[in-house]
Design a protein around this ligand. Structure first.
Ligand code: FAD
Length: 352
């Protein structure tokens, strides 16, 4: 009998549990952190395809938005929202080039003038000359989604830390954990930054970049930011309770910093930028969350069969956007379906 263990209770493990259970597979989740995960609990949660490293990456992200919509149909009541994004991370020629490339790829792009920007976001202090609007984009809280998907899957969650995978005759046979050994015929690693340590004893080196991310939440404000806002030095959104949610680094999805700097300095600099964006509002610090972002060495997701039989990998940055679509594809493959062409550029074998 197949015994499937998913390691990790973040959005990736949860999405896999959800999609496998929809296909009639019984799965158990094993995780150090509770339902909601680690990076998932510190995420900005911006669902987008406008931030991409290659055209296959764009297509996967674009399908990721569609998968989120399918998930909302499967699990009615999810708090995922589709407010769109106001984007001027790049300006001038670079902004036009982004618009042209996205239009060629079939993305919905609107080019906005200064009055149109002011109309869409009246509270914005400095209004740029031009910006792009991406109507298809939205926001989800990956930790909230993870909890909802795990509940829907019915998968039991065992709070344990996996120290090693056990392998015999080239096949995964289970786990070593702090609760003792756990037998399995199939293991799926949705372990984010914890993945390289589990693969290394198998002779598989998964490069993982060092990318700390700090997310700040402010006090509740009146409605000032109806869209996800991406400026050259700040990304920000407003949650339904009125808090501004803001990464501490500019352009956080392409941020290359390996260290964060002193927290009070970084937090204060972020608050200053938010006050400049929304002048006349009393904006102060309320909460922070920090996590290492699970960014594989080339920045792209790692999804597919691992280095031994019965082992599968699902490790990715932009997992808020990508986890549902990757889980749909992998659940189909794991249960005997054909390979998903949309994942062909993102296979683990590229690092073997
Ligand atoms: C600050 C920040 C901002 C982000 N912003 C965005 C964004 O705007 N849009 C977007 O799409 N993405 C964003 N991301 C990325 C996205 O949040 C992550 O890609 C996604 O949450 C990863 O989910 P995951 O389930 O794979 O990993 P995690 O949430 O990290 O979960 C990993 C799980 O594995 C478990 N685990 C690991 N090792 C072991 C072990 N040995 N034994 C047992 N359990 C183990 C952990 O306990 C945890 O439950 C952001 C991330 C951060 C940190």
């Amino acid at each position: 009998m197949t015994r499937t263990l998913i390691i990790g209770a973040g959005i990736t493990g949860a999405a896999l549990a959800c999609q496998l259970s929809r296909r009639g597979e019984a799965v158990t989740i094993v995780s150090t952190h509770a339902e909601g995960g680690l990076a998932s609990a510190a995420s900005f949660g911006w669902l987008n395809a406008s931030s991409y490293l290659s055209h296959p990456h764009f297509h996967l992200r674009h399908e990721g938005l569609a998968a989120h919509r399918r998930l909302q149909e499967q699990l009615p009541g999810l708090p995922t929202t589709w407010q769109g994004c106001l984007w001027y991370e790049a300006t001038g020629e670079a902004q036009s080039e982004t618009a042209e490339d996205l239009e060629r790829l079939g993305y919905q792009v609107q080019r906005l003038t200064r009055p149109q920007i002011a109309e869409r976001m009246p509270a914005l202090g400095p209004v740029p000359e031009t910006a792009l609007a991406f109507a298809e984009e939205g926001v989800a809280d990956p930790a909230v989604l993870a909890r909802a998907m795990i509940a829907a899957s019915g998968a039991p969650v065992i709070r344990a830390t996996v120290s090693a995978l056990t392998v015999a005759a080239g096949r995964v046979t289970g786990l070593q954990t702090d609760l003792g050994p756990m037998p399995a015929t199939r293991v799926i690693l949705a372990t984010g930054t914890g993945t390289p340590a589990l693969l290394q004893p198998l002779g598989y080196v998964l490069p993982m970049l060092q990318r700390p991310g700090l997310m700040i939440r402010t006090n509740a404000l009146p409605p000032v930011c109806p869209l996800v806002l991406a400026t050259p030095d700040q990304e920000v959104r407003q949650d339904p309770q009125g808090h501004l949610i803001a990464p501490a680094s500019a352009g956080h999805q392409s941020d290359h910093a390996e260290t964060l700097g002193a927290f009070p300095v970084v937090v204060n600099a972020t608050l200053q930028r938010l006050r400049a964006l929304f002048p006349g509002h009393d904006i102060h610090f309320a909460h922070q969350a920090m996590a290492l972002r699970p960014v594989p060495g080339d920045g792209l997701p790692v999804a597919g069969q691992g280095p031994v039989e019965g082992l599968w990998l699902a490790v990715m940055h932009s997992g808020a956007t990508l986890a549902p679509v990757v889980a749909e594809c992998l659940a189909a493959e794991i249960t005997g379906g054909p390979d998903s062409p949309i994942l062909s550029e993102f296979r683990p074998a590229r690092f073997a």
